[in-house]
Design a binder for this molecule. Sequence first.
Ligand SMILES: C[C@H](O)[C@H](O)[C@H]1CNC2=NC(N)=NC(=O)C2=N1
Length: 163
Amino acid sequence: MSRDLTHTRLWVSSFSPSLHLAMIRLVASLPKRTLLQPTMSTMSVRTTTSSTQNAPLPVTPLTVKERTEHLSVLQGWKLVNDGKRDTIQKSFRFEDFNEAFGFMTRVAMQAEKMDHHPEWFNVYNKVDITLSTHDCSGLSIRDVELARVIDRQVGKERPESVV
Ligand SMILES: C[C@H](O)[C@H](O)[C@H]1CNC2=NC(N)=NC(=O)C2=N1
């Protein structure tokens, strides 16, 4: 037990029994949320948020102008309509399976936090990624944000090349 806690216990046990009881009643009367539940500022928020603000990113489709602007900044992501919806796609190659899977693991953890997930295909050292937003059957800012997150995970091992 830390010295501080020992000190607190001694201090509390020196209270009169009635004061002690009053304190217990006060604590018991506090709403449970105050005592037990994490506040929004302490819990991890299961929504996709931009790095600069905490509001969830919208799932509305990007306009043609917005899409063009974002794609001009993203490196190597190609706009592909797969016949059903617009997507952005990129292929990554790594030294070996271990590095490819390490990359996928890091991306998976970030994607889960963002509640926005990649569609991907992996064979040995190759990872093909497709991003699209189911909720709008097309591209939203969430795909752009996930593409940025994915690109940041590359290079933490040595990718042989990016196709
Ligand atoms: C219920 C849950 O929040 C939604 O289904 C999320 C999960 N992950 C998702 N991932 C992707 N890529 N698109 C979505 O629209 C999406 N929606």
